[in-house]
Design a protein around this ligand. Sequence first.
Ligand code: BEZ
Ligand code: FE
Length: 312
Amino acid sequence: MKTLTQSNLTAAALARLRHAPDARMKEIMSALIRHAHGFVREVELNPQEWKAGIDFLTAVGRITDDRRQEFILLSDTLGISAMVDLVTHTREAARATDSSLLGPFYREGAPERPLGASIAGDTPGESIIVRGRVTDPRGRALAGATVDVWQAAPSGKYDIQDPSQPDMNLRGRFRTDAQGRYEFRSVKPRSYPVPDDGPVGVLLRAQGRHPYRPAHIHFIISADGYRQLITALYIAGDSYIDSDAVFGAKQSLTVGYRKSRGAGANGAGPDALEFDFALAPVTGEPRARPRRARAGAARARRRPVRRRMRSA
Ligand code: BEZ
Ligand code: FE
């Protein structure tokens, strides 16, 4: 029997995967074992720290139910969800709009509303107009595209977190017109904290991190023959734009308010947020795994254990 040591245990664990029936599963589990072993070696994890990690994950599991998904929040705050998004949505296929995190507050079945309608009802706050076009990557209008939007109230709460808001408040589905235009009214969103009253909040504080997301409005845009776009618009100038707790904000999705014309004093209207979304055609499916990531993974596999440990 072979004596297991720090330098041969990883190879022994990897060898147990040799009969894995699914090649992709085998690849994922191999990488997980290599990285997890490398992590333990790098930080020289002691048994108390290992137990603290297990207790933490147990607490994450205990607080998770069909209303609260603490594992996704953990993934979000560690930047894992954003990394999955980045490796999946390469922009090589088309000049499509960048995607961003779905987040936990999306609800299916938002009310269909006519173009120009408000999603805000009586929500207190500063009125805005949100408008733009949905196009293909060449800027050609996509008529009849669905624009599904949702946002938190200026209080920082979504309808499902706040019993004082009507059901489906600040949510709506719109259809673009013949020129691909969408338009709706709302109230200015504000930055708000992700749920931080559970184990993920404890972890954020232990890292000296704040739980805030910059002000944003979420969108899911769908059109026949095009890849569905899950994204969000982030408000320029927000104090948390460069330190989003879940790494969702992107420069390309950051928009400033513009003055609009209307019936107010001096012909002023509500501030407008204007943004055009470009959808990628389904024919240009993203490569499941970008070439650079594959090459990196192959290099990591070839590197000896000691070098992997230092660069992990
Ligand atoms: C949000 O946008 O509401 C959100 C996204 C990720 C984690 C928590 C909240
Ligand atoms: Fe959100």
